[in-house]
Design a protein around this ligand. Structure first.
Ligand SMILES: Cc1ncc(COP(=O)(O)O)c(C=O)c1O
Length: 450
């Protein structure tokens, strides 16, 4: 119960001379906008983290918050799980990285191959962005085609091709049947936009028709089965099945981006949805809290990386690929996630999403909750959400969600500003009750118009 008492006010950071304010002032002299990761900026300044334990995160001003963000879904056991910490420190004490492979990478690759039916071979990277990049390059190398298709609004990391039409707005997105390819970063080469075909998520017939029209130049269709930026709306069964059929019919590879969705079950989202892609990108939870990514898939396709016999069709370097500390931490974290652990997370996730929805209904506040398994996302409207276009919040909705986010931060709960949250195995019934209570108290901020 001591945890509950910390959920009163957590506004130390907001004092003009707080440690966070001072750090931020200093950071601005050496980092652009004081920042190394766009996602973690928050106005007027970010809150700096000091330490974490289980599902609790303490900031540099000493305020403790219930962490339901878990480094944007990367931490499946919360912070500093003793087994994971022990595995990483034991490995670190014997050297941090080497110009030779280490046994740990074989073990983590074997775990992924054993759990995920579509994965026969694995290569490790240092981030999910790199994993997606290597999956795209593998598809190009294997098919000899150069273009890819991806879904409007979906995030697949910081990489030109993967960023196309991320954050597309109504003024520019064009017809649903043929969404316009929109650059995300200024300076994106026009050739990138020509090489990325954008598809509407969860519209099987429209997406399949466009894939068929573009098929001769398409190496891959890249899809996240439950894309967060599209609203954390699960893919419809018939949609994923159709994507599998149409890609197979045209010799196009189907890539699942499971950087987040691997959280959805022992065999990932593809196990839960029953669809088998050719390639999968992984990241986040498989690194036990350390920087990680992996691409896995059919042996025949993954052979493009095979260095036996000279230069591979798709060379893949990386000083820190399969770093042994990451591998050891990832193995420890993933071994703890047996089928029972996933089942418990599903149960807690159901309870949490149901509880949030009930709070909204009781308070008569327009809002909804999406997600599956250990993932949830709060939306500031009661619209039916089916795709990116329906999930993009209007300006006034965004303001209401911002207010709710701030209220939660100021009352001891950490979620993403977009309403994304997730559980870790460290969250129990008491923490869920506690979150629901704080959420209910903060709900008026979601109802108020400015
Ligand atoms: C679905 C998806 N793919 C790829 C990435 C990129 O992963 P990373 O941040 O490790 O580069 C992310 C990151 O949030 C993601 O959510």
């Amino acid at each position: 119960m001591s945890a509950l008492r910390t959920l009163l006010t957590t506004r130390g950071y907001a004092q003009p001379d707080s440690m966070s304010a001072r750090l931020w002032r200093r950071a601005q002299d050496v980092l652009p906008g004081g920042n190394s990761r766009t996602t973690v900026f928050m106005a007027p300044h970010p809150i700096y983290a000091a330490e974490g334990e289980g599902c609790w995160l303490t900031d540099v001003d000493g305020d403790r918050r219930l962490d339901l963000l878990n480094n944007y879904t990367a931490l499946i056991h919360g912070h500093a799980h003793p087994t994971v910490t022990e595995a990483a420190t034991r490995r670190l004490a014997r050297g941090a990285s080497f110009p030779l492979p280490t046994p740990e990478e074989i073990e983590l690759a074997a775990l992924l191959c054993e759990r995920v039916e579509s994965v026969e071979r694995v290569r490790f990277t240092n981030s999910g962005s790199e994993a997606v990049m290597m999956a795209i390059k593998a598809a190009r190398g294997f098919t000899g085609r150069h273009r890819i298709a991806k879904f409007e609004g979906a995030y697949h990391g910081s990489y030109d091709y993967a960023e196309v039409s991320l954050g597309a707005s109504p003024a520019e997105w064009g017809r649903l049947a043929e969404p316009t390819s929109i650059p995300y970063s200024k300076g994106t080469p026009p050739s990138v936009l020509q090489d990325v075909v954008v598809l509407p998520f969860n519209y099987p017939d429209l997406a399949a028709a466009r894939i068929e029209r573009e098929a001769p130049t398409l190496a891959a269709v890249l899809v996240d089965p439950m894309p967060n930026r599209v609203g954390l709306i699960p893919a419809r069964d018939d949609f994923l099945r159709k994507m599998r059929e149409v890609t197979a019919a045209h010799g196009i590879l189907l890539i699942f981006d499971e950087v987040i969705s691997f959280r959805l079950g022992y065999r990932g989202a593809q196990g839960a949805f029953g669809v088998r892609p050719d390639l999968t990108s992984f990241g986040k939870i498989i690194g036990g809290g350390f920087p990680v990514g992996a691409v896995g898939g059919r042996a025949e396709v993954m052979a493009v990386f095979d260095p036996r016999g000279g230069k591979p069709l798709v060379p893949h370097g990386g000083t820190f690929n399969a770093n042994p500390v990451t591998m050891a931490a990832g193995l420890a974290a993933m071994r703890l996630m047996d089928k029972g652990a996933f089942a418990r997370m599903d149960e807690m996730g159901e309870k949490l999403r149901g509880g949030l929805q009930a709070c909204l209904e009781r308070a008569g506040v327009p809002g909804s909750v999406t997600g599956m398994g250990s993932l949830f996302r709060l939306h500031p409207s009661a619209r039916t959400l089916v795709d990116y276009r329906s999930a993009v919040p209007e300006e006034a909705e965004k303001e209401r969600l911002d207010r709710l986010h701030r209220e939660l931060i100021d009352h001891g709960v950490l979620l993403a500003p977009t309403g994304l949250g997730c559980l870790s195995t460290a969250v129990g019934d008491a923490e869920i009750e506690c979150f629901l209570e704080v959420f209910s108290n903060c709900l008026p901020s979601l109802a108020r118009e400015t």
